[in-house]
Design a protein around this ligand. Structure first.
Ligand SMILES: Nc1ncnc2c1ncn2[C@@H]1O[C@H](COP(=O)(O)OP(=O)(O)OP(=O)(O)O)[C@@H](O)[C@H]1O
Ligand SMILES: [Mg+2]
Length: 488
């Protein structure tokens, strides 16, 4: 009999009266808040999962593909009591069907999920200040402790999933650690210290007014452990990895969106940066931007997306990439590590190398003697004293000349791992023959010229940085040519 408006008004009124006299207040924590995923929802879910397993009567169990752990969760529309500082609260998991699929720019999940927290009004102050912080902290702890590290990729090519994520994730299970990583122990320690300082450096970054992020450039021949190093970093710090496939990113603004959707405490990786980004596209449709070098675009962040207006935004530029790593957007969120890898540092654009951009340049080189010892220990379980002294000396003499990568050495050791003596013997032979071959070919630059390989690489790096300064003075045309991170 009543018109719907009136009915609605009545309901609202009674609701108000009810809440006025009720001694409880309620907080809704919905899974999706507008378009963004609500971090608190995930935290509550994780927090309750750690403890619901003991207290709940009806639970939902989930196990993600490839994951090693089972997660407990509150069943739909079930509730559970929790106590915090002698205050009792009630959590309810509310799941409702989404009624109509209203027009949205992306499909929303069919179910609307959320937690409702019920607390006594008089406890409100306590809960809001400390309980929620406590939950966030516990959730992070749990995530880091018993959940697998996640490896994210953007292989979907820019499309979003139903929860609005451009990233797809799988549990990250790479077993590489700093202990198993074969490289110069001194350098290794330096890197570990650097990572430690970074992870504990919140105050420092705050004080110095720097964004809390750090960049590493790993360079060296294939098979020298660049990818293994990244895995070791992630395992060491307990961070997730975002493996950014640049070829799947179509524009600078898409790149920015991807960045915005990464979480704190993560490593953002671009592998083989010299190959994965080819900025020649930009030259093709550069009508709109011909007269602009990336240097001026870079200094004017507002124009960073200028090239997208060109044609449907099908380009990603060096300036976009640089903005990604250290423009204003790079510090949405915090505690991020950027790692770029390349096989050819000399092919990189100087703008990427100049100081302050990538904080640490790490050269991963051919297997040297300390690395060899680590590999012997990894694969054969041999300590130094387990190997015959003469053999060891001989290995030390030839290993650098052989220019074998740790991957080559690993392969040789795996092949004969059942017969350890034979493994060592064959490895030595292999090292010797390769060493002799290299010397004969005059391949070893240390002998033909006066520089060792490392010095040459350092030279190259220095030259690349120097040349940037000259380029800044040169005319537009030259910069256009340089506007390609993958110089041929
Ligand atoms: N420094 C190292 N310490 C231990 N193992 C190594 C090392 N380098 C290479 N390996 C072994 O060789 C394999 C290949 O190494 P990895 O993928 O890390 O090389 P990469 O430098 O990333 O090569 P690419 O440049 O081709 O990507 C790994 O599975 C690892 O077992
Ligand atoms: Mg690799």
């Amino acid at each position: 009999i009543f018109p719907p408006e009136l009915r609605f008004a009545f309901l609202k009124f009674f609701n108000r009266i009810f809440h006025l006299f009720s001694s409880y207040c309620y907080f809704d924590i919905t899974e999706i808040d507008g378009v963004n995923t609500n971090e608190l929802y995930n935290a509550v879910q994780l927090y309750l999962s750690s403890y619901v397993s003991i207290a709940g009567n009806r639970l939902s169990l989930t196990r993600a593909v490839n994951s090693s752990s089972i997660t407990f969760g509150l069943s739909n529309n079930d509730s559970i009591v929790d106590t915090f500082n002698n205050v009792t609260v009630l959590w309810e998991h509310v799941v409702t069907q989404r009624q109509t699929q209203t027009f949205a720019w992306r499909p929303l999940p069919e179910e609307k999920r959320g937690f409702t927290l019920r607390i006594k009004k008089r406890d409100k102050a306590l809960i809001l200040s400390s309980y929620l912080d406590y939950i966030m902290e516990r959730a992070n702890e749990i995530r880091r402790k018993n959940q697998d590290r996640l490896l994210y990729t953007n292989s979907r090519g820019g499309s979003l999933d139903s929860r609005g994520h451009p990233w797809e994730s799988v549990p990250f299970k790479h077993p590489s650690t700093f202990e198993t990583l074969a490289m110069d122990p001194v350098k290794k320690q330096q890197i570990m210290d650097d990572l430690k300082d970074f992870a504990e450096g919140q105050m420092f970054y705050q004080k110095t007014g720097r964004a809390w992020k750090r960049g590493y450039l790993l360079y060296g021949p294939p098979g020298t452990g660049k990818s293994s190093m990244i895995a070791a970093m992630a395992n060491h710090l307990g961070y997730d990895i975002y493996d950014l496939e640049l070829t799947e990113v179509h524009s600078n603004s898409e790149l920015r969106k991807l960045l915005m959707k990464t979480s704190s405490k993560s490593i953002i990786v671009i592998e083989d940066i010299d190959c994965s980004i080819n900025l020649t596209n930009r030259k093709k449709n550069s009508n709109a931007t011909t007269q602009r070098s990336y240097y001026d675009m870079e200094t004017r962040p507002g124009t960073g997306s200028g090239e997208e207006s060109g044609n449907g935004g099908n380009t990603i530029t060096l300036s976009g990439l640089l903005n990604f790593t250290d423009g204003l957007w790079s510090c949405c969120g915090s505690e991020r590590i950027f790692v770029f890898t390349t096989n050819h540092i000399d092919k990189l654009d100087p703008a990427l190398l100049r100081s302050g951009r990538m904080d640490m340049h790490i050269h991963m080189s051919y297997c040297d003697f300390p690395s060899l010892k680590i590999l012997l220990k990894n694969y054969l379980g041999y300590e130094e004293e387990d190997v015959d002294d003469d053999v060891l000396k001989e290995m030390e003499r030839v290993v650098e000349k052989a220019e074998m990568t740790p991957a080559d050495v690993s392969e040789a050791l795996i092949k004969n791992r059942r017969d350890k003596d034979r493994a060592v013997r064959e490895l030595l032979e292999d090292l010797k023959s390769r060493g002799d071959g290299n010397v004969k070919d005059g391949k070893l630059r240390g002998q033909s010229g006066n520089l060792t390989e490392l010095e040459i690489l350092e030279e190259e790096e220095k030259r690349a940085i120097d040349s940037q300064n000259e380029e800044e003075d040169s005319d537009e045309e030259e910069i256009e040519v340089e506007d390609n991170i993958c110089k041929d």
